[in-house]
Design a protein around this ligand. Structure first.
Ligand code: HEC
Ligand code: HEC
Ligand code: HEC
Ligand code: HEC
Ligand code: HEC
Length: 379
């Protein structure tokens, strides 16, 4: 949220500086880099979100307030590189479960608001900032008058304001009820569907189908959808593997320069038992990015299984040099060292990994087996 930094190339969790630039939301998160603004004495303007086109304006809030069920980074892009002034859909595609029924799901403020009668009738002129002041959060005493005045900017018929439920000044108490979903992460607490007939919204967390649909259909490509199924599969839904595999193979000719997608095909090919094809795919990835962790560690493992210990060691060591904190990787490096008969090297690797994962059972027990090299196999 507060500008999580991208980890160093080829690593999962390593940052040159600290992982967070700052706590809380800074001016830059919405106005972009301000160093030029400050050093030019104000001549170089910071970005004013209100003057951006609707997609770019909305991207600023969406970047932090929308997650979807699956987020896929566009080919060669990282969502962390998004800066105000750009379109978030150039960086990421958002997917939700439920296929055509996705509109009934309504989880985040962003998705709910898009469904509201106010937004659909107002179009691009209405945005989050029609009701929210990004520089000011009204307190308990102010909130009723604050939001009421926002509603009445558009629902401006004076007679309506006087005659429509004059007994209750809080418009939101009827039209934007609180869902009681505060314990469910990423579920809107206030019902942003702005319903005409007040009802207590039931947050719908149970997907109607296993079909994924793009929240911004104009932006997602076939490759992105295929990667969404792949990511959902990695997150635990094994039944989606054939869909991910079929769809990614359907666009295979477009993937020559797309390491993330080639890695995905490689991982699935290996799991399907086609290790020669997987090895080819990982080699292609490494020709694009020699530091790619997925390719290094998976190709290293395949080489070890084929008995090509020297190549396996060089690949796995390259991955391990940058990621001593990943237990599974450390275990495989140690196993390969052990297969090569070098129990000292294997123990050293496990000691290094234990420094990051003190007392981790799987590493400890492997460590005790390392006196009996060569004995173990690569997993
Ligand atoms: C959560 C997003 C957000 C954050 C954080 C934020 N702003 Fe803004 N800011 C906006 C938006 C949106 C507008 C346009 C408001 C409008 O006119 O509708 C704006 C407008 C402004 C304007 C008026 C610009 C102009 O050209 O008229 C100034 C000045 C400003 N912000 C300064 C700041 C400063 C200084 C900070 C940090 C202390 C900050 N903002 C933090 C979203 C943000
Ligand atoms: C850099 C990330 C980031 C950006 C950009 C951002 N927000 Fe937020 N916002 C947060 C976080 C973090 C919170 C606090 C946690 C929460 O309530 O979900 C928050 C809270 C809020 C809240 C509730 C509490 C409050 O302070 O009023 C509102 C409303 C809100 N944001 C609206 C917006 C709008 C509108 C925009 C776009 C102009 C925006 N945010 C842009 C991260 C962000
Ligand atoms: C940017 C303008 C704008 C703002 C701000 C706004 N609305 Fe609306 N709203 C509209 C428009 C346009 C319609 C559709 C025409 C109509 O019903 O007046 C609408 C429709 C509605 C409807 C009927 C929805 C339906 O499904 O039939 C309700 C209820 C409503 N608004 C309540 C609110 C409340 C409560 C607020 C403040 C929290 C609010 N609106 C803020 C523009 C706005
Ligand atoms: C029609 C007015 C309106 C619009 C438009 C609107 N909000 Fe809200 N929002 C509210 C109200 C009212 C609350 C409840 C504030 C309170 O209880 O103090 C709220 C609360 C929130 C909160 C706090 C958590 C929660 O759900 O209660 C966040 C975050 C938020 N809004 C984000 C957004 C974002 C992002 C957008 C644009 C996609 C947006 N809002 C558009 C009226 C609106
Ligand atoms: C006590 C609950 C309550 C409060 C408070 C309330 N409304 Fe309503 N509102 C309703 C109900 C119920 C309806 C649907 C029946 C109707 O049209 O009167 C409705 C209908 C509407 C409509 C649709 C009108 C139409 O002709 O279709 C709008 C717009 C609206 N409200 C806006 C507001 C605004 C703005 C406020 C605050 C100034 C507000 N409401 C306060 C209960 C409430």
């Amino acid at each position: 949220m507060s500008e999580v930094r991208r980890s160093d190339p080829g690593t999962l969790n390593r940052y040159k500086n600290s992982a967070f630039l700052h706590t809380g939301v800074t001016c830059e998160a919405c106005h972009g880099d301000s160093t030029g603004h400050v050093s030019s004495g104000g001549k170089i303007k910071v970005i004013n979100p209100a003057r951006l086109d609707a997609a770019k304006r909305d991207s600023i809030c969406i970047n932090c307030h929308l997650e979807g069920d699956v987020l896929v980074e566009r080919a060669g892009r990282s969502a962390l590189d998004f800066v105000p002034g750009e379109s978030i859909t150039d960086f990421a595609s958002y997917y939700v479960y439920g296929g055509k029924a996705a509109t009934a799901r309504a989880v985040s403020e962003v998705e709910q608001f898009a469904q509201s009668g106010c937004k659909r009738a107002s179009g691009e002129t209405m945005s989050c900032t029609s009701c929210h002041d990004p520089h000011f959060t009204p307190d308990k005493e102010q909130r009723v008058a604050f939001y009421r005045s926002k509603c009445l900017t558009c629902h401006s018929n004076a007679k309506f304001a006087e005659s429509h439920h004059p007994e209750t000044k809080d418009c939101t108490s009827c039209h934007m009820k609180q869902t009681g979903a505060e314990n469910i992460p990423h579920v809107a607490w206030t019902d942003h569907r702005i319903l005409r007939i007040p009802e207590v919204a039931q947050p719908q967390r149970t997907p109607a189908t296993k079909e994924l649909a793009a929240i911004f259909p104009e932006a997602g490509t076939k490759r992105d959808l295929a990667m969404a199924y792949y990511k959902a599969m990695l997150a635990g839904d094994k039944a989606l593997e054939p869909t991910a595999w079929g769809q990614l193979n359907g666009v295979r000719s477009d993937l020559a320069g797309d390491p993330e997608a080639l890695d995905a095909l490689g991982v699935m090919a290996a799991a399907r038992g086609d290790e020669p094809s997987a090895a080819d795919l990982f080699r292609k990835v490494l020709s694009i990015n020699g530091n790619d962790l997925t390719a290094l560690s998976n190709l290293g493992t395949i080489m070890a299984k084929e008995g090509k210990l020297e190549e396996a060691q060089s690949l796995l060591n390259a991955a391990f040099a940058r990621n001593q904190d990943i237990p599974g990787l450390a275990s495989n490096v140690a196993r390969v060292d052990c297969m090569a008969g070098n129990s000292d090297a294997a123990k050293k690797v496990l000691q290094e990994a234990l420094f990051y994962n003190p007392g981790l059972e799987s590493l400890e027990s492997l460590n005790t087996q390392m006196s009996h090299c060569p004995a173990t196999n690569v997993r």
